[in-house]
Ligand binder design. Structure first.
Ligand code: NAD
Ligand code: ZN
Length: 375
């Protein structure tokens, strides 16, 4: 990553009917964490920070210094952040630890890490002593552009992901772009698929930027990071502000996720990162939109090219199109909803469509490399 220039941080505001909070975006913000937190909670003297050993070893000291500079003491609680550990037992363990350390109803928590740490900490904050405030300090690209804002928190059940959870918004989100420097390439790229998603669903300017500057984006150039992260956050903040509980417009955030989820489940969450599954899902949805005559050939090509420009998507497990189709229906049942697709109309605009004929869906799935043709 290039040397950081002293740039001012950006503030993006999330405003829903029930809450409002700032999202601070900039390079080096961990060092300003204490000063910023005091603006919101002037009496804060101690922050309970949940993190993973890895993230803590990389960025914990910097956060602790940023807090200490403002007279705030940090208490670290470490957790294993593998997806398989994102379970209620972990929440119970962390809650007991909070209690043992004297955290009362006035305690403030923070999540320093990726989406797993963020979801667990959010759920812990939502339920500890019937709810305490918390700060999101996301350190993965997925965390920064997606999971840290919106207020969805939760843990997995043996039967599936995120089946136990609640909405609980953070008091603020602090995004230090520098933390992305230590992220493994694959994690970073997986997050980029979510950025491409935002560009397709609602930001043609971001789309053009990604097309023109993919090399800088992949090199994690600070200016490029600032652009893609803040534009993604702005769009998610707007959408969440209009539809806090995912009843309506928020569904467009699921572009690429219908097929993506099915592929994730079928691969047993192994071998495919969530973002990569979304990459495949966006390819399928784009073919589907084109097949239905709702997307121009030129726009479809641009979208497919941009998804491919992020990198080589890992091979899909050998699956038949029928198997994927069946899984789409199984997911639909689990969520008690209709099988809906978010389909692009043009770059920067999508529509939600249900009742698509099976033959069209199968044909679009056949476009995925590695998928086995129908018997
Ligand atoms: N709440 C929501 O709205 C929402 C949205 C999207 C995803 N999620 C959830 O987020 C989780 C996925 O999150 P994720 O993609 O951030 O992955 P993750 O939390 O699994 O983190 C990925 C890996 O990167 C490591 N890591 C994190 N930050 C690092 C850094 N700066 N440097 C080096 N390594 C670092 C982690 O230790 C981990 O090994 C899933 O559980 C998903 O369900 C929630
Ligand atoms: Zn996603």
């Amino acid at each position: 990553m290039k040397k950081m220039s002293r740039r001012r941080a950006r503030t993006i505001r999330v405003r829903t009917p029930t809450v409002r909070y700032p999202v601070w975006v900039g390079a080096g913000l961990l060092r300003e964490s204490g000063r910023r937190l005091l603006r919101l909670r002037p009496r804060c003297r101690r922050l309970y920070v949940v993190s993973s050993p890895r993230v803590w070893s990389l960025w914990g000291t910097e956060l602790a210094e940023g807090l200490r500079a403002a007279g705030i003491r940090l208490e670290a609680l470490l957790m294993d952040d593998r997806e398989g550990k994102k379970r209620i037992a972990l929440v119970e363990r962390l809650a007991s630890e909070l209690l043992a350390r004297g955290a009362d109803r006035g305690a403030i928590l923070a999540a320093l890490g990726g989406g797993v740490v963020g979801d667990v900490t959010g759920f812990l904050a939502a339920t500890y002593m019937r709810g305490v405030p918390y700060l999101q300090i996301p350190t993965t690209l997925v965390g920064q552009v997606d999971s840290a804002l919106g207020g969805k928190t939760g843990v997995n059940l043996p039967a599936g992901k995120n089946l136990l959870g609640t909405f609980h918004h953070p008091v603020a989100v602090l995004v230090d772009l520098r933390t992305l420097a230590s992220l493994p390439a694959r994690e970073y790229q997986a997050g980029l698929y979510e950025v491409v998603k935002y560009a397709v669903i609602g930001d043609p300017v971001l789309f053009g930027f990604l097309e023109g500057k993919m090399a800088s984006v992949l090199a994690r150039d600070t200016a490029a990071l600032e652009k893609i992260v803040s534009r993604s956050i702005r769009l998610k903040a707007q959408i969440v502000g209009r539809d806090e509980k995912e009843e309506n417009v928020r569904r467009i955030l699921n572009f690429g996720h219908t097929v993506g989820h099915a592929l994730e489940t079928l691969s047993g969450y192994q071998g495919l990162r969530h973002g990569e599954a979304v990459g495949w899902g966006m390819i399928a949805a784009t073919h589907l939109a084109q097949r239905r005559g709702k997307l121009s050939v030129v726009a479809a090509r641009r979208i497919l090219r941009l998804v491919r420009a992020v990198g080589r998507l890992p091979r899909l497990p050998r699956l038949s199109v029928q198997r994927i189709y069946e899984q789409l229906f199984a997911d639909k049942k689990k969520h008690g909803a209709q099988l809906r697709f978010v389909l692009p109309r043009r770059v920067g605009q999508v529509e939600i469509v249900s009742g698509i004929p099976r033959s069209d869906v199968l044909a679009s799935l056949r476009q995925l490399d590695g998928v086995l043709p129908a018997r």
